[in-house]
Design a protein around this ligand. Structure first.
Ligand code: GLN
Length: 291
């Protein structure tokens, strides 16, 4: 292998990322392709090429930042979610592949052949809202976030993909939301406990704290959101939320205590309990009105 070729740069870079990253080879390829202004396929097609000095310098600087822990998504400025390339910044949570499960399950509750109203609460980069809107052009999606800076990124992502059935709005969970209105509400809220060591590792170090942490057990926001969302759903409408791997049982309890029916927890591809869904009953919130 000649020194300075794409092949040798990649080999050295992925070895140098072995202790920083779970995916050193992929990271090295993404950063090198970015420095060259090419696709990753270019690296495979031209392993013997030697990059121009300016490109090599760009790669060296990206690699140094990655070695210091900066997420690939921040270095590239984009992350793919549900086949949409999305702009991400330090103001937005980096979309995670496991969140695609939330989209997948929500689509089962949103008809393709007629209008539906959907809300994505705490939308961040807009990932969930835009995935749903792109799959269900007849649905109207309301995407809210407390953070104006995140909404600006989400709006740019909608414009970049010419998705026009999403409306972005500043909002704090269900505050001020209309009653009996939504067919589906979904959210990837903050759910990590304040003292969780996971916060000091990997990409989470660079995500906005407000998108990750929710009180001492991670459930402060979900405790607000679950009962409040029930009133905003139409009878028969569904709430779906992502959660941590060890929170499923407590959340089933919270969903059922709030009055949801058909409550189901779902595991992700890594077989970790990951999200929960429940339906607002048709007959009111409790047995009280049934006599
Ligand atoms: N899944 C993310 C993580 O583990 C957290 C996302 C969230 O809190 N909503 O880093």
């Amino acid at each position: 292998m000649q020194p300075g070729t794409l092949q040798s740069l990649l080999a050295a870079a992925s070895a140098s990322l072995a202790s920083t990253s779970d995916s050193p080879r992929l990271d090295a390829e993404l950063l090198l392709a970015h420095a060259l202004g090419q696709d990753r396929s270019y690296l495979r097609a031209w392993p013997e090429r030697v990059p121009a000095p300016a490109q090599a310098a760009r790669f060296a600087s990206l690699l140094a930042r990655r070695q210091a822990g900066e997420p690939v998504a921040h270095l590239l400025g984009v992350r793919e979610f549900w086949s949409l390339e999305l702009q991400v910044t330090p103001d937005t949570l980096i979309p995670r592949p496991e969140t695609e499960l939330l989209v997948e399950r929500a689509l089962l509750h949103i008809p393709a052949d007629r209008p539906a109203t959907v809300a994505d609460l705490g939308t961040g980069s807009g990932a969930i809202a835009l995935a749903i809107a792109s799959e269900r052009p007849r649905a109207r999606v309301l995407a809210t976030d407390r953070a104006a800076a995140a909404l600006a990124v989400a709006r740019r992502n909608a414009a970049a993909h010419a998705i026009d059935n999403v409306e972005f709005q500043e909002g704090d969970w269900c505050k001020g939301m209309p009653a009996d209105h939504f067919d589906v509400i979904l959210s990837n809220p903050p759910y990590i406990a304040a003292g969780d060591p996971h916060l000091a590792q990997g990409d989470a170090r660079f995500d906005p704290r407000s998108a990750l942490v929710s009180g001492p057990d991670g459930l402060d926001d979900l405790r607000l959101l679950i009962p409040a969302a029930l009133a905003c759903l139409k009878p028969g409408g569904w709430l779906l939320v992502e959660h941590g791997y060890d929170q499923g049982a407590e959340l089933v309890r919270l969903f059922e205590a709030a009055g949801y029916q058909d409550v189901q927890d779902h595991a992700d591809l890594a077989d970790k309990s990951r999200m929960i869904e429940g339906k607002r009953p048709y007959q009111g919130f409790s047995q009280a009105g049934k006599s």
